[in-house]
Write a protein that binds this ligand. Structure first.
Ligand code: AMP
Ligand code: MG
Length: 646
């Protein structure tokens, strides 16, 4: 795929969109081989860094034959015939070997020397008898009433670590265990790969630093914080240099300064072809060979730009935080770790089953955010992606999977490799998958305060029901209307599921309080007024939602303007009306209330829970059921605008 772009100079330059693998191959070819900068540090300072070279043991550990118990150093042969009836009598040598005391007197046949745990075994002795198995006797002697085997209770020199053996291999990351091994061998200084010094810079006129007030059309700079933290998490030393406006001269000065003082420069934003996007033009002036890939067949993440300027990598990540995150973790972090002599982050990958078919664009490597839950046969990875701009999907996501460019989908049941954002998966105590509701926050809050972790994944009622049938969640919140039986939820349950009553939500017509067309009208009058005015715009709901059935009943055959705007949530309807993109729609009372809209009540919707029977006895599920009957819940739910059943 080729496209052209017009440069400052008026020259036409062709930019080729490369595959992920080709882009990486070119980047690596321009970066490697290279020497890894190293430094010598004390053990304490080396914590978390990778060893630059193999470390050999300079001594034996223990350095001498050592007693493992408190007792007496003896010759085993002296006790060959010792028994209760005929104890062996050994004369005591006149020394006591404590830790740190070098023995002076050899243990001759028929003698014993008192020795403490950790004491060096004296010449002549070949076994230790425990003090508990001896009896002091007159004449400065002991009696031993059982035999001893040669070598018993002795650790030989070098049995722990042998001199000359490879103690730790190059690339090993130094933790407290490694520090212990090095210290035990008397090593005080180690040569480690130096932390990579990475400059991080954000670009965009719209960016505001967290902590500052957001101006109109401003966006908080998330990437600066994300990228800096990810570098630190991966053993680098990040310097965040701030956000720069899309001003070519200023940005170029900042980039040159950053490159002079650092080994790597990571920018974000400004890589698409918008008027303000200048960073890639600058990159090409910073050194040879310059840009090796600009435009990579990724979804999201296509505008990624990879460059090497006089030996230093310069990366321009896409502006959308999720896109920046995917490309950073998938392509950049592994390279930076290699540059820093760090091993690949294997702990940041797990295998999980994908429960549903995920469609994917052919020709691009597609990243999909996933949330992990424990299924009957191991981890299950639920897609939680919401498009490249969504930050909130981070909160639910444990990591992401990638679907290769040649596939147009990942089939249900596939085993996928999940790249974790944080390499410690904590599978939640309770998994709730289905329709979301603010009322649910009340219940989750009660469980949270009881120390239970809850993961709630919003996939809609039908998605939740399917997850419950596959046993991938404990509870599926649903509000499904069955037209045939004119009832909610129960008709949709199958074997293995049971219904737990939740609460009711009043659905009604919403409009802006200032809209005189609807003021004082009942539902029929409101719909009549809406249909009578050709300028009156509605917002619909998606097919399959209970609310949509209600709307279709209200409209009959009419298809007013806005009918094809069919968002998937109650909140989206309220936002459309509140923001004047539509004049009326149907949503639930609590949502109307928080959006400041007027409300004409229509019909109660039942929001219930499909419970997976096989999981009912789990403590977290029991806690959920208890929470539903708790005073805290009973007192909290109605003020939120919901209705208790019964
Ligand atoms: P760009 O690549 O500059 O065209 O940016 C693409 C989108 O990402 C725009 O909506 C930007 O506002 C947004 N964006 C760019 N940089 C950042 C950042 N550092 N933090 C959050 N959003 C950003
Ligand atoms: Mg920008």
């Amino acid at each position: 795929m080729t496209r052209s772009t017009r440069q400052d100079t008026g020259q036409e330059q062709f930019l080729t969109v490369l595959s992920r693998d080709e882009a990486l191959a070119r980047f690596e070819a321009a970066l490697f081989p290279r020497t890894i900068p190293t430094e010598e540090l004390t053990l304490a300072d080396a914590l978390g860094l990778a060893l630059a070279d193999d470390v050999m043991a300079p001594i034996d550990v223990p350095p001498f034959d050592r007693s493992n118990v408190d007792g007496f150093a003896v010759r085993a042969a002296d006790m060959a015939t010792a028994s209760e009836a005929l104890p062996a009598r050994l004369l005591l040598n006149h020394e006591t070997i404590a830790c740190g005391v070098a023995p002076q007197i050899p243990v001759l046949a028929g003698t014993a020397t008192s020795i403490s745990t950790g004491g060096p075994v004296p010449r002549g002795a070949d076994a230790i008898v425990m003090v508990e198995h001896t009896q002091p006797t007159e004449g400065d002697a002991i009696e031993v009433r059982r035999g001893a085997s040669p070598g018993q209770f002795i650790s030989n020199a070098g049995s722990d670590i042998a001199r000359g053996e490879v103690l730790l291999r190059a690339g090993t990351v130094i933790g407290s265990r490694e520090i212990g091994m090095l210290a035990a061998c008397g090593i005080a200084l180690v040569t480690v790969a130096r932390k990579l010094r990475v400059a991080v810079l954000s670009t965009g006129d719209e960016l505001v630093q967290p902590g500052d007030a957001l101006r109109p059309a401003g966006i908080y700079d998330a990437n600066g914080a994300i990228v800096s933290a990810a570098i630190t998490e991966n053993g680098g030393e990040a310097s965040f240099l701030g956000a720069y406006p899309d001003d070519e001269a200023k940005l170029e000065a900042a980039m040159r300064e950053a490159l002079a003082a650092h080994e790597v420069l990571i920018l974000s934003g400004g890589t698409s072809k918008g008027a303000g996007d200048v960073s890639h033009r600058i990159v090409n002036r910073l050194g040879a060979p310059g840009i090796v890939a600009h435009g990579v067949a990724l979804k999201p993440g296509k505008p990624l730009c990879l460059a090497v300027c006089d030996g230093k990598p310069v990366v321009v990540l896409p502006g959308f935080p999720t896109s920046a995150m995917f490309t950073l973790h998938d392509m950049i972090v592994p390279l930076l770790r290699r540059m820093a002599g760090l091993p690949p982050r294997t702990e940041a990958k797990v295998t999980a089953k994908v429960p549903l078919r995920i469609p994917s664009e052919l020709g691009r490597t597609e990243f999909v955010m996933v949330s992990l839950v424990e299924g009957d046969e191991g981890l299950v990875a639920y897609p939680t992606g919401k498009g490249s701009g969504a930050i909130t999907s981070f909160a639910q996501a444990d990591g992401f999977i990638s679907i290769e460019a040649l596939a147009d989908n990942m089939p249900a049941g596939s085993e996928a490799s999940v790249t974790l954002f944080t390499p410690h998966v904590r599978v939640p105590d309770l998994v709730v998958i289905g329709s979301n509701c603010t009322g649910l926050d009340l219940v989750v809050g009660i469980l949270f305060r009881a120390g239970l972790t809850v993961r709630s994944i919003a996939v809609g009622s039908l998605g939740g029901l399917a997850a419950a049938k596959r046993s991938e969640c404990d509870i599926a919140p649903i509000h499904l209307f069955d037209a045939k039986t004119q009832s909610y939820n129960a008709p949709f349950l199958s074997d293995g599921l049971e219904l737990v009553e939740g609460w009711r939500r009043m659905q009604g017509i919403v409009y802006r309080p200032s809209d005189i067309r609807f003021q004082g009208a009942d539902a029929d009058e409101a719909v009549r007024a809406a249909l009578a005015d050709p300028n009156c715009m509605m917002v619909n709901r998606n097919q399959g939602s209970g609310t949509r059935i209600l709307i279709d009943q209200l409209l009959g055959p009419a298809r007013p303007d806005g009918y094809w705007n069919q968002p998937r949530s109650h909140n989206a309807v309220a936002a459309a009306v509140a923001q004047n993109r539509a004049d009326w729609g149907v949503t639930i009372a609590p949502v109307a209330q928080s959006a400041g809209l007027s409300f004409i009540a229509l019909k109660e919707e039942h929001y219930d829970f499909a419970l997976v029977s096989a999981r009912k006895e789990r403590p977290a599920v029991q806690a959920f059921l208890t929470a539903l009957t708790s005073p805290e819940f009973n007192e909290g739910i109605e003020p939120m605008g919901f209705i208790r059943p019964g």
